[in-house]
Design a protein around this ligand. Structure first.
Ligand code: GLV
Ligand code: MN
Ligand code: MN
Length: 412
């Protein structure tokens, strides 16, 4: 059967995106579905229901990854389309959700056409991609691909003290399917760019070449709380000062290194947190990213030396722990060509570009041919309720996903 003319149904895709965005909806049109929360469970139930309605055979594995399988003419490793449906607390409606729901749209198109592909097609959503509640991020896909042990992941504790294992059981998603039972034939993920490049350059499709390295570290400082008015500046052990200095240093590192280096302090918590009391406790997180692993290591080393020196000089105790560390990942050249070539054949402008954000696809890349399709993000905004991608761009991305998946699903 000729498949070149198959296209996604934009209204059906938008309908599911809108429907899923009602679960955990927050002011401004965004979504809060932190991993393994009640809202995440409700979102999971909804998407799992859609999978079943589309005739997929649904399994849930030990880390709560949900996979829906559409059989092919032949058995064997499927073409896997996947992403995530958990969000950060200030999430938009597209991040992750688009990739999963576009996967369902691929299945719906094939069902409507009454077509069976040579290889099976699997649509998956992975647990805790965001890493906002539990660290590390890309947790479900990491366990699926053997980068993280199931035991370590289940024991991970969250920002609210809950553990992954207990929360999975509580929401009914501690499944019995073995993790990573099948290495896919290939992995494809459609995602919003979450940055400004495509919009600024007026390009519709990003053929993603890889994902930059990610390093998350948590520092805890212990000082002495004392009176803000009476304690001479030279006699302070101010944990708050050290935390603030870390934030300044993060910016300096990125500014001095230039290039692709980015640095973010997204969390500073001070105790006791009172206007006239020197902080005796501080917790600060540092997110460093670079496409070059050597440069990323240099940034990590500079930050570690700064923290040790500054805490020591202030007489403040310190502890650090790594929350996540991912080396940069390159996607498969033939898969990148497939995405770029498919976009061109469909009449879309295309740019090859690295991803600044972490994605489930990066966990598959070492083990099977992997690629991602990006579509533009309005004003480059993401992890924000204002996240938006125009419907015609969603259509373009989903059609590229459909045709790329069909091409791979027809392979021997
Ligand atoms: C995940 O969304 C990340 O890149 O932080
Ligand atoms: Mn995402
Ligand atoms: Mn995200």
């Amino acid at each position: 059967m000729k498949t070149d003319n198959l296209r996604i149904d934009l209204d059906r895709l938008l309908g599911r995106l809108d429907d899923l965005a009602t679960v955990g909806a927050i002011d401004g049109g965004g979504v809060c579905r932190l991993a393994l929360s009640d809202e995440d469970k409700a979102g999971r139930d909804k998407v799992r229901g859609w999978m079943t309605d589309l005739g997929l055979a649904v399994t849930v594995d030990g880390i709560g990854n949900v996979v829906g399988l559409r059989p092919g003419q032949e058995d064997g490793p499927p073409v896997m389309i996947g992403s995530h449906i958990d969000t950060v607390a200030t999430g938009g409606r597209y991040d992750g959700n688009l990739g999963v729901l576009a996967g369902l749209e691929v299945v719906a198109v094939l069902n409507d056409a009454g077509m069976t592909t040579r290889r099976p097609i699997a649509v998956a959503f992975f647990t805790n991609e965001e890493g906002a509640r539990f660290h590390p991020d890309m947790m479900g896909s990491g366990v699926h691909q053997g980068d993280l042990s199931l035991e370590t992941a289940l024991a991970a504790d969250g920002i609210d003290g809950a553990t992954v294992g207990a929360e999975l059981a509580r929401i009914g998603y501690a499944g019995d399917a073995p993790v990573g039972a099948v290495t896919p034939h290939c992995f494809l993920e459609l995602h919003v760019e979450q940055g400004p490049v495509l919009e600024e350059e007026g390009i519709t499709i990003g053929a993603v070449t890889g994902v930059q390295g990610i390093s998350w570290t948590e520092y805890r400082f212990t000082g002495v709380s004392n009176h803000a008015g009476t304690t001479p500046m030279g006699m302070r052990n101010d944990a708050g000062y050290v935390a603030a200095a870390v934030a300044m240093e993060a910016r300096s590192i990125a500014r001095d290194m230039g290039g692709n280096q980015v640095a973010t302090v997204g969390t500073i918590e001070l105790g006791p947190g009172l206007v006239n009391v020197i902080a005796n406790e501080a917790r600060v997180t540092v997110d460093l990213r670079n496409t070059d692993d050597k440069a990323l290591m240099a940034a990590e080393e500079r930050m570690a030396a700064f923290v040790t020196g500054t805490a020591g000089a202030e007489g403040v105790g310190m502890e650090s722990r790594s929350l996540a560390r991912f080396a940069p990942v390159d996607f498969d050249p033939a898969m990148i060509d497939l995405v770029a070539g498919t976009a061109t054949a469909l009449g879309h402008s295309v740019k090859r570009m690295p991803s600044g954000a972490g994605h489930d696809a990066q966990m598959f890349a070492p083990n099977c041919p992997t690629a991602m399709v990006f579509v533009p993000s309005k004003d480059g905004i993401s992890h924000n309720v204002a996240e938006y991608t125009a419907p015609e761009d969603l259509r373009a991305g989903a059609d590229v996903l459909l045709q790329a998946a069909l091409s791979k699903a027809g392979e021997a």
